[in-house]
Every structure is written in C-alpha cells, then in structure tokens.
Design a protein around this ligand. Structure first.
Ligand code: SAM
Ligand code: ZN
Length: 279
C-alpha cells in the first residue's frame, strides 16, 4: 500500500529517527508510534501542531469535483514535466491530484503527499498506488529525513523554505505554482473572491532565495469555459470559502452566463538547492 512505498523517507516528528511500518502502525526506535488511519493515511502531527488552516470537508469535496473535470490538466502536465526523480514530495498536496499526475509521468517514482487536512489526505491516499499520505504542518518540521527527496512540489500552498531545503537532496528541484494578479480575475469581480497581490512572485523569490536558486519562472495561462456548478466548486475550493456567504455565492452563480469564461493565470517556478562553495 501507499505508505509502504515511502516509509524509508519518513522521519519521526518528535525525534527525527527513521520509521518502520508494521501492523498499520509507524514506529521510530525511541518509542514514538503513529497509527495508520482506516483510510490509508498516517498522522505525523505533533501534539502542539496548529491545524486551523486545514481545508474543510466542504472545500476538499469542491476541489476534488473541480479537478476531476480536468480543467487544470494542462497545469498538471507542466508540473509533471518539471518535477521527477525517485522520491517526489508534495507539500500542501490537497487531494493529491498534481502528485498523482507526476507519478503517472514518472513510473519509477514514489510520492509523499503532506497536508494538514485529513479530509484532503483521505483523497490523496487513494489518488495513486505509489502515494503515501501523511498529515503534517508545513510550518513545523516536515516528517521527512534530510536529503531524502529528489523533487518537491508546492501548488497554491504554504511553504517553509528551510524545511524544503533540508529534505531535498543535492541538485533537488522545488517546483512552486503561484497565482498571478490576474488569476480568476472574472470571479474576483463577479463574486468577491479574494484577489492576489501583484507582488507575490517577488515575495516568493525573496522567501526562497536564501536556500534556493531560481532556475526558471514559466507563465501558465489558460481560458476555461465553466458550467455554473463548476464555478461554484472553484469558488468553494479556495481561500474565499472561509469568508463568502454560501447563499450569496449561489445567487451570484445563478446570474452568470453558461458557460462562463474564467482565466487561470499562474507562474510555475523551478528552484534548485543553492550550492554553497566553501569559503
Ligand atoms: C489551496 S489548497 C491547494 C491544494 C493542492 N496543492 C491543490 O492545488 O489542489 C491549500 C492546501 O494547503 C493545506 N494547508 C493549509 N495550511 C497548511 C499547513 N500549515 N501545512 C500543510 N498544509 C496546509 C490545506 O489543507 C490545503 O489542502
Ligand atoms: Zn521518535
């Protein structure tokens, strides 16, 4: 099963020792143990972890339905072309959609899906045979050994530069997808979605620049023609779900032309672990 493929790269969140998997329990050599849930994922959250930003069951349901329709397949293909290797980690993996596409393109690879939402990981654990799904907080130490990962992907999700640097091996790639200022602009106007500030790319380079070198920043843009139910799912799968009134969303969606054209506008940035030469 999925976790069996990746147990060799997992590390205890309390003591950083390696883990073994037996009888649906992950254990380190220092007496810490973690049950594998019936749905196939394991939680390696420490007892003081903060889970308030985890996607809710409703958001995950919306994300799963929207992505299954294939609207972001082109973006997934772009990510798959940039990320490969034996071990691929997806930080803030959500339902595991992008990681599963990476593994489809790289038949020898295994993937670790990390997310703080158990609802997301129930899906990620089933998204691909070679995915192991682990609940973890991206702002804490990631439960992966030093240098165990060949490529990391991070799609619209939180990123912790020092930890990403630590888990990646020499020459490791970090592929980050961020929205541009024009992302879903039509919905920002019509439905009051949160807008993306234009400085996001500069902030990304600043955030990762100490640990990584930017190798390429590729725009990925597409016009999507969406049915009303798809627009609703797109709205409710994202951060605006935290503050939008559901009745107002339904009313606004009912007013939209069918289909409604929406702009997907992102930057796919590939970073490499910075090589430091001794002084
Ligand atoms: C916008 S969704 C993107 C999910 C996925 N990458 C995708 O594009 O389909 C952001 C994800 O980050 C997760 N998340 C939020 N805070 C987190 C944290 N502190 N650590 C790990 N994941 C977190 C959420 O649960 C959610 O699944
Ligand atoms: Zn331990």
């Amino acid at each position: 099963m999925g976790l069996g493929h990746v147990v060799h790269v997992l590390a205890c969140p309390y003591c950083a020792a390696g883990l073994t998997l037996a009888d649906q329990v992950l254990r380190c050599g220092n007496g810490h143990s973690f049950d594998v849930a019936r749905q196939g994922y394991a939680s390696l959250l420490t007892s003081d972890a903060k889970t308030g930003t985890a996607d809710t069951a409703e958001m995950v349901e919306a994300r799963s339905a929207f992505l299954a329709a294939g609207h972001y397949a082109g973006l997934a293909a772009t990510i798959s072309a940039a990320a490969g290797g034996r071990v691929v980690a997806d930080i803030g993996a959500g339902t595991g959609y992008y990681l599963a596409r990476v593994l489809d393109e790289h038949p020898g690879a295994v993937g670790v899906a990390l997310d703080v939402s158990k609802f997301a990981l129930r899906r990620a654990a089933r998204a691909h045979e070679r995915i192991g799904a682990v609940v973890a907080d991206a702002w804490r130490g990631l439960p992966l050994g030093d240098g165990t990962v060949d490529a990391a992907i991070n799609v619209f999700a939180p990123r912790n530069s020092a930890e990403l640097r630590r888990i990646l091996g020499p020459g490791g790639a970090l592929v980050v997808v961020t929205p541009t200022g024009g992302h879903l602009a039509e919905l920002v106007q019509r439905l009051g979605l949160l807008s993306v500030d234009e400085a996001k790319d500069a902030r990304l380079r600043e955030q990762l620049g100490g640990d990584f070198t930017l190798e390429s920043a590729q725009p990925y843009q597409e016009r999507l023609a969406l049915r009303p139910a798809e627009v609703r799912a797109l709205v409710l799968m994202g951060p605006s779900a935290w503050h939008l009134d559901r009745a107002a969303v339904d009313a606004a969606v009912a007013e939209l032309p069918d289909p409604f054209e929406v702009t997907l506008s992102t930057t796919v940035s590939t970073f490499r672990v910075a090589v430091t030469t001794p002084g």
